[in-house]
Design a protein around this ligand. Sequence first.
Ligand SMILES: NC(=O)c1ccc[n+]([C@@H]2O[C@H](COP(=O)([O-])OP(=O)(O)OC[C@H]3O[C@@H](n4cnc5c(N)ncnc54)[C@H](OP(=O)(O)O)[C@@H]3O)[C@@H](O)[C@H]2O)c1
Length: 320
Amino acid sequence: MKSAIYTSYGSPEVIQILESKKPLPKSKDMLVQIKASSATRADTMMRAGKPKFGRLFLGLFKPKNTSLGTGFSGVIDSVGSEVTQFNVGDEIFGEKLFSNGTNAEFICIAEDSIIALKPNNISHQEAAPVCDGFLTSYNFLKDIANIQPGQHILINGASGSLGTAAVQIAKLMGATVTGVCSTKNMALVKALGADFVIDYKNNDFTKNIKTYDVIYDSVGKTNYSKSRNALKSGGVFLTPVLSLNILWHSMSNPKRVKFAATGLKKPEELKQMLLELVDFFKQKQLKTVIDKSYYLSDIKKAHHYLETDRKVGNIVLINQ
Ligand SMILES: NC(=O)c1ccc[n+]([C@@H]2O[C@H](COP(=O)([O-])OP(=O)(O)OC[C@H]3O[C@@H](n4cnc5c(N)ncnc54)[C@H](OP(=O)(O)O)[C@@H]3O)[C@@H](O)[C@H]2O)c1
């Protein structure tokens, strides 16, 4: 089988496609034939070993984990002797946290992982990236901010993977949504449900008089210091992107400024949130936005595109 690996930090050119034997599932594992997997900004950061302090966890001089890919969707090929919840032929999707090898043709995954049966009304390509944008933004908006109906949330980076998910989730939760994106993505953000759209190329929301209950900077392109005047009294600033500014303010003012790494949440809590998202997908209340799909063999091209900072929604890798 083919899988994507990297043995040193660097540009997308460090990625190699490896030929190896299919893994054998242990007693509580399932072998999954992957139909589609996600390629994300987090994957590019791990591959590049940036920011450099991340190497304290990833490996100081070279990556300890050489595999790539977190989200996936596929079909169960075989199951271990103690698997009880899933059957051969089931279509499942979910994630192997921290880039654990889903950019491949097959993976082994334990049945109690962050996985769910794929709803029939979404494709493998639509399912594979759900644990990046949707699961992360659901964690921020539901668990961390506890968004209430009628609150007004501003989503900065509304055209990204996390942003396109957040616009839809915030509307489902009854919030009024202002999306911030560039001119070319305004129609998309509006179509996803945003009540108001601000074009960041012509209008800096941090300098307007309008204030918000929640600011979710999904792309880390602003910070708390710049945005605090756009928060109502009692308002909260959320971001999934760590910077020195966010580190300082989230420690000194933790009720007002919040960062979290969703992957560090308890797996059973992530799984429960994934199951809630599955219900929304079944009811056609959420839609995955896909910018481009690449064959697994073209993963270097996918990583080059991810690094342009211009992707709209998600990037998917498909197996031939
Ligand atoms: N903490 C966690 O648990 C967690 C989990 C997953 C991801 N993340 C992180 O979340 C971040 C966002 O990921 P993502 O995949 O959603 O990002 P992304 O899709 O790569 O972001 C690209 C989008 O950002 C927009 N953009 C670029 N500059 C902008 C600006 N100045 N203002 C507003 N929008 C701008 C671009 O639109 P234009 O072309 O129109 O500018 C593009 O659509 C990444 O840093 C990722 O590592 C964190």
